[in-house]
Design a protein around this ligand. Structure first.
Ligand code: SAM
Length: 227
């Protein structure tokens, strides 16, 4: 079973995201074990302080190194991690290829920053992968952790039911966007679905899906300035 550990200063923010829908089911089916560690439990001073002002000045508070070192070293004493992931705006842009790669691994550890971030010695000492989930800044790495966990766990065999299969989703097999989907009713408030999908003609439906996929892929590349 895959195991994913997350270290967070605000572990409560991950309770609902990790315990709803498919992620909940994946844990119930024993396909993945997800543990969120409260950074504060590893602060050993009497005030359980986990943050402090940055050296050199500047606004905001920074997460201190000691609780992270304590927690990570304890986890590393128990097992080896295939990847120690540090979500950061300065990281490599996250994509499906990275999700596919992580989904084949046994143990992942995600170190979530918060406030102004984490004392950089934590990244320097432990991070094997610095990942950005986009060109914007979040309040914390918990949201990035959720995104990474969600995209990875759905790929573990047995997590999705057949009908939810991930194999033909957009971006699973290179830069390809899937054709649109429709369900009943065939007409709703004057909006019709493409006739061909009602035809029962397999070849025509396949050709239509391929053509739509090409159109949507071109559009996606254009609006994102890709190639
Ligand atoms: N001061 C940091 C900087 O300028 O790079 C940003 C800190 S941000 C407010 C707090 C935490 O959110 C970061 O330590 C990181 O873990 C997470 N974070 C913010 N934006 C992110 C992004 N685009 N991708 C991944 N993680 C992000």
């Amino acid at each position: 079973m895959m195991r994913i550990d997350v270290i967070s200063a605000v572990p409560d923010s991950l309770i609902s995201p990790l315990n709803t829908s498919i992620l909940k089911r994946a844990q119930e089916r024993k396909k993945v074990e997800i543990l969120v560690h409260n950074l504060r439990d590893y602060a050993y001073d009497k005030h359980k302080q986990i943050d402090d002002k940055p050296f050199g000045g500047g606004a905001g508070m920074l997460l201190k190194p000691e609780p992270f070192f304590e927690c990570i070293e304890r986890l590393l004493n128990e097992r080896k991690y295939d990847h120690i992931i540090f979500p950061t705006p300065g990281g490599k842009f996250y994509d499906q290829k990275m999700a596919n790669n992580f989904s084949l691994k046994e143990n992942l550890l995600i170190i979530a920053g918060h406030y102004k971030g984490i004392d950089d010695r934590v990244r320097e000492k432990f991070a094997t992968d610095e990942i950005s989930i986009g060109r914007y800044v979040l309040t914390g790495g918990e949201i990035a952790a959720w995104i990474i966990i969600d995209s990875v766990v759905r790929l573990i065999p047995g997590v999705l039911n057949d009908s939810e299969s991930a194999l033909n989703d957009s971006l699973m097999d290179g830069d390809i966007i899937e054709a649109p989907y429709y369900t009943r009713p065939a007409e709703y408030k004057g909006l019709k679905m493409p006739e061909v999908l009602l035809s029962g003609h397999e070849k025509k439906i396949k050709d239509w899906k391929e053509e739509q996929s090409k159109i949507l892929t071109e559009k996606w590349k254009k609006i994102n300035n890709l190639e």
